[in-house]
Design a protein around this ligand. Structure first.
Ligand code: AMP
Length: 416
């Protein structure tokens, strides 16, 4: 079965075509047939596509909207010269999986898209005004282009965290406000945390119930998740992806009073303050240099830039704080798993985070840590480390494709 996986941002589209079915899922034998990215939809768009085993195709052309971008992708996929094995026309795409950022309290797992589901996703726009409309554009365009015969599935960033208990997801604000406006922690990166937990179980041979781990998705957006008995019981992102760890440009945890104070002092609107907290804060805000962790580390190592070091230290400090908090609430923690761009590639950051955590039973092996780069899945802790430490590359697209297959074929979804 060829599954077209689509991840739409406000001005970008990312896709993969994955050859998969239930047997291939069970054997871990899926194949990526093609993938690609269109950036700057709405103006002169930048295109990078790649079919398996072939040189990348790059281009720049104006694409008006998401539908035009999707049509462009389809034209490329089905062009004879692209030569994607098994894909000759639109009829060779058998199902579509859409990443949807916010499923609110309603969507607790992936679901086949129909009019009612679309309405449900539309109802969540208030909760994710930047993301859900973009995801919906991809859904509307795919329905128009592929027609009703091609099943489409929504996979939500929030659903993995729907297992969080009330004491974890509630903010300490009047309960009626939660009830009325659904203001609570939802958590994001759920597909990634879920995939890392699944890989951990495969590596260790432990069952879901036996898995008690902390997953660290450290990328441009970062979040931590406490997974107890296979279920998310706490996560660092909250009502929006602004809460929690320090990120590339996002501030993470902050006293909400700062918003009012800054708006008052600067004479700016609440929107302007949130723009600062979302786009000009975090690693970029502290270093004043970059939101890119690789460049930041280079600035520190080569030029000894003080604020680059401060940003690195703050980033590590926040992650450490969450590890401590999660170890405390989990009662039992067997492993910490690093993932995403920074977690998978940066021995410096992993070492900085793990340093001085020996008292918690966390000890990494420096040589193994140095080796774990470029997509390697491996254990990096010493044999004596009471809490094991792993590097586990994430693969959200694979989860999108797998959920799509299971939903379409009516196979039970893994509950967590
Ligand atoms: P992601 O959002 O998961 O794609 O991760 C992007 C982040 O990973 C950026 O901040 C990159 O600088 C960072 N990253 C990628 N490779 C490395 C590396 N070798 N060392 C440090 N950070 C890296």
């Amino acid at each position: 079965m060829n599954v077209f996986v689509l991840n739409c941002g406000s001005s970008s589209l990312k896709f993969q075509i994955i050859d998969t079915d239930i047997e291939k899922i069970e054997k871990d034998e899926e194949k990526i047939l093609a993938k690609g990215l269109i950036e700057r939809v709405g103006s002169q768009s930048l295109i990078t596509f790649k079919a398996e085993g072939k040189a990348p195709f790059k281009s720049a052309t104006p694409l008006r909207d998401h539908k035009a971008a999707l049509n462009y992708i389809i034209k490329w996929i089905t062009a004879p010269e692209t030569e994607i094995p098994g894909i000759n026309g639109l009829e060779d795409i058998h199902a579509i999986g859409h990443r949807v950022v916010h499923g609110g309290e309603r969507f607790k797992s992936s679901i086949r898209i129909d009019n009612e589901v679309i309405e449900g996703i539309e109802d969540c726009i208030d909760l994710a005004p930047l993301h859900n409309p973009a995801n919906l554009k991809g859904i509307y365009a795919s329905r128009e282009i592929f027609g009703p015969s091609v099943p489409q599935v929504a996979i939500f960033d929030t659903s993995f965290h729907s297992s969080m208990p009330e004491e974890s997801f509630l903010y300490a604000i009047p309960y009626q406000i939660y009830r009325r406006f659904k203001i609570r922690k939802y958590g994001f990166h759920g597909t990634s945390h879920r995939f890392i937990a699944y890989r951990y179980r495969l590596i260790t041979g432990l069952s879901r119930e036996e898995s008690n781990i902390i997953t660290l998705h450290l990328g441009n957006g970062s979040s931590a998740c406490a997974i107890k008995g296979g279920k998310s019981i706490a996560t660092s992102m909250g009502f929006t992806p602004l809460e929690g760890l320090m990120m590339g440009t996002r501030c993470g945890d902050i006293d909400p009073t700062v918003v009012e104070y800054l708006a008052h002092k600067e004479g700016s609107s609440v929107d302007e303050v949130f723009s600062i907290l979302n786009k000009r804060s975090g690693v970029l805000g502290i270093s004043g240099l970059t939101n890119d962790m690789r460049d930041l580390i280079e600035e520190w190592e080569e030029h000894k830039d003080r604020r680059a070091k401060l940003a690195l230290d703050m980033f590590n400090y926040r992650v450490k704080k969450y590890i401590g908090a999660y170890v405390a609430i989990m009662n039992k923690c067997d492993a910490i798993c690093f993932s995403a761009g920074i977690g998978e590639n940066s021995p410096v950051i992993r070492k900085g985070i793990s340093e001085n955590l020996e008292f918690l039973g966390i000890e990494i092996d420096d040589k193994l840590n140095e080796k774990a780069v470029g997509g390697k899945e491996m254990k990096i802790s010493t044999p004596d480390s009471r809490i094991a430490v792993y590097v586990i590359p994430t693969n959200e697209e694979l989860v999108f494709a797998r959920d799509t297959v299971r939903v379409v074929l009516g196979h039970p979804l893994p509950t967590r």
